[in-house]
Ligand binder design. Structure first.
Ligand code: GSH
Length: 308
């Protein structure tokens, strides 16, 4: 692996969180390989690598598997030497916007739409059987979620207020992060794009700053993308060793069998040995027959780790 190369993104086209990372690849000019995953689990092309983490996207660098866009962004920041892409580089006002973008606003994109409209969109994309599977899967996922998003008029109000605030914030700067793009821009744009893509609509004319920013954010596209078959990603994992571990902090679970998963939704845990705990991430080693040793990385924020 070259120090900033050989990125593989496991994703599906309609995934808004994957779009956050695809746009980051575009803005940083990174070359990357795309492995397409099904929109509904099981994901036999990906589950063997992660060990069961269910959310999308997941990034792969050889035998290192990176879960969650916050951690993927951190890694892109590190490898491209762009500190502004680190989630912890955000100013307080941006952090507030991002928390909303990735919480209530993201879910409100769906819940603000009339259910029939969503149903029609899904049917035309997936057909009857897959639409049924999709609803069953996502309602099962949300039943166990700690996030309870608003719906109907309340959800519409959440989105309208978010768009207004983005517009206001962007009135005195080209990007949320200042003169250049930063983490907040990518974390805030994906629900906006999700909303427009889903509705096939445009932003209201009065939101001039938001419109200008939206166009600027989409302009670079997705960078140099090459399609890769899942088997090729498997071969790369099998033919690679995980990178050297970073210096670890003391942790009660170090070198013990642990389980780790998201706190909020899609909580399916991954089981492995905790081999490193840094202020920003946990690294879990998985010894697999198919690939040998894999290191699966998770952000600390928003994830629960316990002894298995
Ligand atoms: N905090 C996660 C959230 C990712 C997320 O919610 N992804 C959506 C797709 S955009 C997802 O996984 N949905 C359930 C699924 O696709 O199985 C991240 O930043 O990566």
């Amino acid at each position: 692996m070259t120090e900033n190369g050989n990125w593989i993104l496991h994703h599906y086209e309609d995934s808004p969180y994957a779009e956050k990372i695809r746009l980051m690849f575009g803005h940083t000019g990174l070359a990357w390989s795309s492995v397409l995953s099904p929109a509904i689990p099981p994901r036999p092309n990906l589950d063997p690598l992660t060990g069961g983490y269910r959310r999308i996207p997941v990034a792969q660098l050889g035998a290192d598997i990176l879960c969650d866009t916050a951690l993927i962004s951190l890694e892109i920041a590190r490898l491209t030497d762009r500190a502004a892409l680190r989630p912890d580089s955000m100013t307080e006002d941006c952090a507030g916007l991002v928390a909303r973008a990735q919480g209530d606003v993201f879910f409100s994109v769906i819940t603000s739409e009339p259910p029939l409209k969503i149903l029609r969109a899904l049917l035309s994309k997936f057909g009857v059987r897959e639409t049924y599977r999709f609803f069953k899967d996502r309602s099962g996922m949300m039943k166990h979620a700690t996030i309870k998003p608003p719906s109907g008029k309340q959800a519409q109000a959440v989105i309208a207020a978010f768009f207004d605030e983005l517009d206001m914030t962007l009135a005195d700067r080209p990007f949320l992060s200042g003169d250049g793009v930063g983490y907040a821009d990518f974390a805030a744009i994906h629900p906006v794009k999700f909303k427009l893509d889903l509705m096939g609509g445009t932003l209201p004319d009065r939101l001039v700053h938001l419109k200008r920013w939206y166009d600027a954010m989409l302009l670079p596209g997705h960078g140099a993308r090459t399609e890769l078959a899942p088997e090729q990603a498997f071969e790369i994992a099998a033919g690679s060793e995980p990178r050297g571990l970073p210096p670890t902090e003391a942790h009660d679970c170090l070198n013990k069998k642990v389980q780790i998963g998201p706190e909020d939704y899609g909580q399916e845990p991954v089981v492995g040995d905790l081999v490193a705990a840094t202020p920003e991430r946990f690294i879990v080693a998985r010894h697999t027959e198919k690939f040998g040793l894999l290191h699966v990385h998770f952000p600390r924020l928003g994830y629960t780790l316990s002894e298995a």
